[in-house]
Design a protein around this ligand. Structure first.
Ligand code: GP9
Ligand code: MN
Length: 425
């Protein structure tokens, strides 16, 4: 067909939210570290199990002076799980309704974060203690313009205790990543994909520091010990950053990738949370933590509604990089023009006053279906807007439309320029 993406570019330009002057460039020239928090959900933050915090380190960052914590931030992933989260945060494009774009669209043209930062002198790297081919990462990262991909081959002397189901446990992972990170030229843009807190949350008892939950539902009960372990590993990483001298010049972004406890476990969850898991509560359980830590930036707790699609423009604006000419479906969470609408992959949505679940619209305050005509009309409009965005995004991804649109000044990526093979010693 003749879809050259003109409608898409027109749309994303009109949907652009201009930066908040108080934050634009707050992290200009700094290194970027993303910590991909496997299976972390917002309910864990400040949650106490048997009277004890599960994530004391992350909790200590909530309200910390240089950290912005978002408590109404949602995952928007579908079948592609981890890869959908990565896809959104690197590109501000939605994952596909079925399967994983990482696998089926690995050869597309992208204008991903590592590429957008190249002309600012950034070197980019991913760290992940699993096989590089998982989710087709070793291919699609080339299309994103990642300079380095440190996969399982970069981690050595691993004992059984060091291994989780999907790769290296977070503590040895961060420990062995430190010299690799410190060897990168600055500024760098990097991402660490953790795995210890992954379903089914198995962990060597010798590594646990809190009790399990006791609902009788194993995947729910196990969820807390690996979360605590991951929290300790994150604290260790922050200490490493301090010790290496990188901390003062590094922005750290931490986000939960998707739920760890599916709605098949709502009975056990309702025991733990002390309330019924209604459609509204279930939607609230799709919130994942987002922390943006920038040395010298004013932090706080931010209640803005947003989702993973919004991360890229938010981070770019903090780095002082404008996004006006980019095809991105999210908007800067810190912008006064950010629209508080979180569209899920199935067309449901969450917004401060209305949630859509299935065919029904709900008041998130009361949990009751909305009946007021005026409210229903607003709800329909929000849903229409969200669905239109999903369609446009799918057109870009399915039609590989970024082939036909190069933002002014952007140098297109040639995947053939990248090779992550570790040289045999
Ligand atoms: C595997 C890891 C897990 O490498 O990132 O992916 P998930 O199962 O969460 O999609
Ligand atoms: Mn995951």
């Amino acid at each position: 067909d003749s879809d050259d993406g003109t409608e898409v570019v027109n749309y994303t330009k009109s949907n652009y939210a201009s930066p908040n002057e108080a934050y634009f460039g707050a992290a200009e020239g700094m290194n970027v570290v993303y910590l991909h928090l496997e299976s972390f959900q917002t309910f864990l933050m400040d949650y106490e199990l048997n009277g004890e915090e599960v994530t004391p380190f992350l909790n200590s960052l909530i309200g910390e002076e240089n950290t912005m914590y978002f408590d109404n931030f949602f995952h928007q992933t579908a079948q592609g799980k981890t890869s959908d989260a990565e896809f959104m945060l690197e590109n501000s494009l939605f994952g596909l309704p079925k399967g994983s774009a990482f696998i089926t669209k690995g050869q597309n043209t992208y204008q991903a974060a590592p590429a957008l930062l190249k002309d600012r002198g950034y070197t980019s790297a991913v760290f992940h203690g699993n096989n590089g081919t998982f989710w087709n990462r070793s291919e699609i990262y080339k299309s994103f313009g990642y300079d380095h991909f440190f996969d399982i081959e970069s981690y050595t002397n691993l004992t059984d205790q060091d291994m989780a189901e999907y790769g290296v446990m977070d503590k040895p992972f961060f420990e062995q990543s430190a010299p690799l990170l410190e060897s990168l030229p600055e500024p760098f843009y990097s991402k660490f994909i953790t795995v210890a807190h992954h379903f089914p949350y198995k962990i060597d008892p010798a590594l646990t520091t809190i009790e399990k939950a006791a609902t009788g539902d194993a995947s729910v009960d196990n969820y807390f010990q690996t979360a605590r372990y991951a929290d300790e590993a994150i604290e260790q990483f922050f200490t490493q950053l301090e010790e290496s001298g990188l901390a003062d010049n590094t922005m750290v972004v931490m986000y939960g990738d998707h739920y760890g406890i599916s709605d098949n476990h709502n009975a056990a969850m309702s025991q733990l949370l002390g309330k019924e898991i209604t459609p509204v509560e279930n939607t609230k359980l799709q919130r994942v933590p987002l922390f943006i830590h920038v040395p010298g930036m004013e932090g706080g707790v931010n209640h803005t509604y947003g989702g993973q699609i919004d991360l890229l423009p938010t981070v770019m604006h903090l780095l002082g990089v404008d996004t006006q000419n980019n095809v991105q479906f999210g908007t800067d969470l810190l912008s006064p023009e950010h629209e508080e609408l979180v569209t899920f992959r199935n067309g449901d949505f969450a917004s401060p006053e209305i949630y859509a679940v299935g065919e029904q619209f709900y008041n998130p305050e009361t949990g009751l279906p909305i009946e007021d005509e005026k409210q229903l009309e607003i709800a329909e409009n929000l849903q229409e807007h969200g669905t239109y965005e999903l369609q446009l995004s799918d057109r870009v991804v399915n039609g590989d439309l970024l082939r036909f649109y190069t933002p002014p000044g952007f140098e297109p990526i040639d995947p053939a320029d990248y090779n992550y093979q570790v040289d045999p010693a």
